[in-house]
Every structure is written in C-alpha cells, then in structure tokens.
Write a protein that binds this ligand. Structure first.
Ligand SMILES: Cc1ncc(COP(=O)(O)O)c(C=O)c1O
Length: 408
C-alpha cells in the first residue's frame, strides 16, 4: 500500500495563478482544431483572427479602453520593456529623461538601467516610504521639461503596496502635459480592477497568468496618440508594434480570465482579504521577532498579500522547511550565484539588510481556505524556532535598527 501524499498548500499566487478550468476550456479549440495562423487568408485562419479580435474587445472592455489601444504581448515583462524602450525610442527629439520608482519589478528596472548605460536615457529613481508606497508629490518633483516617461507600478509584487496612480498621473500631467505615464498593473489587475481613465495613465501593463489565465499572453494598453516605437519587428502584427504570429489560444484564455476576474471581483476580494487579515494579525503573535512589511492599512495593500521578515534566520531556509511540510511560498530575495541578496524593495523601504534576509511572502488566492491558514500558523513557528536553534548566528536581543519594524 502506498502512503497518500498530503495535499499541498499553494501560497504563491503573486508568482503565478492556477488557470481557471473555464479558461482552459476556452483555449482548447485553438490548440486542437482552430490552430491556424490568424494572418492567413482561408476561412479557418479568419476564424482565428475573429477570436483574437473578440479577445481584444473583451480585454479592452475590462480595462476601460478601446480595442485599438490594446497591444497583445507575451506577458508582463515584454509589455514593460515595450513601454520603456518604445516611448524613449519614439521621443528622442524631445528628451530622454525617465522617472521610475526604486521598487519596480526587474522588468522595468533592468531595461531602465540598460537604456541608461547605453546613453539612451537619464533615469531618476524615486524612493518609496517605509511602507513601500511611492509619494505622488515625490514623483511630481522628479518630472522635468525633458521627462518623456514616468513609470510607477500600481501594486508592488513583494510587499503588496498599492500606489495612488490616479494622483501620480494627475500631478505629472499637470506639471508636464507631454510626459507619458505608464503603470505596471500586473499584480493589481486581478484584484482591484484597473480602468485606464480612472488611473489616468497613457500606458499600462497587464498579464494573464496572474489572473488565473495562461502563461504566454499579456498586453500593453497604449492610449491613442501616445508615441511608441515597436521593438519586435517583422510581420507587422499588432499594428506594427509587436511582430510575431499571435498565440491565439493564450490570447483567448487571457480574455476569458479577465472576464471571470471581473465577475468574481467582489467575492475574490472579500475571500482574499479575510485570509490575509488573519495572517497579518496572527503571524507576529505566533512568531517572535517577526515584522510585517508593507502597508498595515489594508486599503493600501493588495488583497491576499502577506509579506514579513523573520529575524535571525534566512528566508530561503524557511521556504525549504515549508516546502517539506507541503507549503509552497516565496521570499522577496533574489538568489543569485549562491548568495542571497536582500530584496531591492525591502532595502529601498529602509528595512535593515540583516532583517531583510529573513523575508517571506505568502500570497493567497481563490483555492485557499481557513484550514490552509491554520496549517501555516501551525507549521511556521516551529520551523523558524528549529532553524534559529541550528543557526550559527546567535539569537540575541534584536538590534536597535530592527525595533521600528518589529513594532509596526
Ligand atoms: C509587478 C510585475 N511586473 C512584471 C512581471 C512580469 O510579468 P510576466 O511574468 O508576465 O512576464 C511580474 C511577474 O512577477 C510582476 O510581478
């Protein structure tokens, strides 16, 4: 008789979400019988073209945009790269100043750095407050006459901080009407609903696989009249802004997923908020020397996001212990060539490096239950206590620099 494997608990929805069964069902025909190239002339190809047109209309509807303002991409990274390189490439005569926040995803940080290195951009990075939110007036202050683009994320993927993008757009446009405003709404689109007019943005990035859709489809919203130079050249697809034979199945799945997310928004929100509030309340009570990071006010925090740092222990070790106990979670650290660097987000927020090394991120989703939260609360305190007991770093009184974080 084989022992049954206990059910695993998935607490990493900010990394990716399980595709909704209705999404998979909508995609299947385009993988099996309607697989034709949408650019071809025959009837089957025209059906694939129509499916993409319908998907574009659906995605546009849910972003409050017009269909012709949607550029399908392979996902969030590509849309972020297209926004930065595309706007800077199209506005060279006017300027090359770019304003971003210091806590952006690497899909913004890295192209910005490369554009800077290549002499194609001058970049101002705006620091966040200690809760990870970016002050709109600090963004406004960074804007100059030659600023061609401002890019600030709607919600941070590590600490869940939600920025006031409407205020940022208003202030930036008032100071320099020729500056385009982009927001990376990859994390927020599922939870908050993202209307481009309410946010006041000229460009916006979304991706399907964070809203219970498939990998391989995302979009850049591009407000009519915003200059953008295509970055992938070739077959002229997506109005010459993104060449490449379209992934019809992924695009159809994306549209189905965004429609389901809109239908379920209220139910998902209250479900994710309930589980999130329980963990934010209970974790610091059950685990000594644990600081919740990110906004404490849930109105400014992405539903389902619980990020924290445990002192005197490495986040990666905790993740391995949780994995063995059947719980999948993540940390904010980028593990490169064996050394664990503290997350750039936590460092920018001012979290001391030694505390930031114990960072953890739990992100809850549709399938999680109160029993999952109970199980994490049961497993985590013991796992951390065991790791601290084994640690070569002596567990002492917390350094003074940790105290404001432990108290908040
Ligand atoms: C805020 C943010 N932007 C961009 C991306 C990249 O999106 P994709 O995985 O679709 O390329 C992610 C993915 O983790 C993200 O969290």
């Amino acid at each position: 008789m084989t022992a049954q494997r206990p059910a695993r608990i998935y607490l990493d929805h900010a990394a990716t979400t399980p595709p909704d069964p209705a999404v998979v069902e909508a995609m299947l025909p385009y993988l099996t019988t309607r697989w034709h190239n949408p650019s071809s002339i025959y009837v089957e190809a025209q059906e694939a073209r129509r499916a993409i047109d319908d998907a574009r209309a659906t995605v546009a509807l849910h972003l409050g945009a017009r269909a012709e303002e949607i550029v399908f991409t392979s996902g969030g990274s590509e849309a972020d790269n297209l926004a930065l390189r595309g706007v800077l490439g199209a506005t060279r005569q006017r300027g090359r100043h770019l304003v971003i926040s210091a806590v952006e995803h690497h899909a913004i940080l890295d192209p910005a750095e490369q554009l800077e290195r290549d002499g194609l951009a001058e970049v101002t990075r705006v620091a966040p407050g200690p809760d990870g939110r970016v002050d709109p007036t600090a963004v406004e202050a960074a804007v100059r006459d030659d600023t061609v683009l401002v890019s600030v994320m709607h919600a941070n993927n590590e600490v869940g901080a939600v920025n006031d993008i409407a205020a940022i757009s208003r202030l930036v446009h008032a100071k320099n009407p020729r500056t385009a405003v982009h927001t990376d709404a990859v994390q927020s689109a599922a939870h908050l609903g993202v209307s481009v007019d309410r946010l006041g943005v000229d460009l916006m990035t979304v991706t399907a696989h964070k809203l219970y859709g498939p990998r391989g489809a995302g979009a850049l919203y591009l407000r009519g009249g915003t200059p953008l130079a295509g970055q992938i050249l070739g077959g002229g697809q997506e109005r010459r802004l993104r060449a490449g034979t379209e992934d019809t199945a992924a695009i159809v799945g994306f549209a189905r997923a965004i429609a389901i997310a809109a239908e379920r928004r209220e139910a998902d929100l209250s479900h994710d908020r309930h589980l999130q509030a329980r963990l934010i309340e209970e974790l610091p009570r059950r685990v000594p020397l644990l600081a919740i990071t990110g906004p404490r006010d849930l109105d400014h925090r992405l539903p389902g996001n619980v990020s924290c740092c445990a002192g005197f222990v490495e986040g990666e070790s905790i993740l391995l212990a949780l994995d063995l106990a059947g719980i999948a979670a993540s940390s904010g650290s980028a593990c490169t060539t064996g050394s664990v660097e503290p997350s750039h987000v936590l460092v920018a927020m001012g979290v001391p490096d030694d505390l930031a090394r114990g960072s953890l991120r739990f992100t809850l989703g549709r399938q999680n239950t109160d029993a999952d939260v109970d199980r994490l609360l049961e497993v985590l305190p013991g796992a951390i206590a065991r790791l601290r007991a084994l640690s070569p770093i002596p567990v002492t009184e917390p350094p003074a620099s940790w105290l404001p974080w432990l108290a908040s």
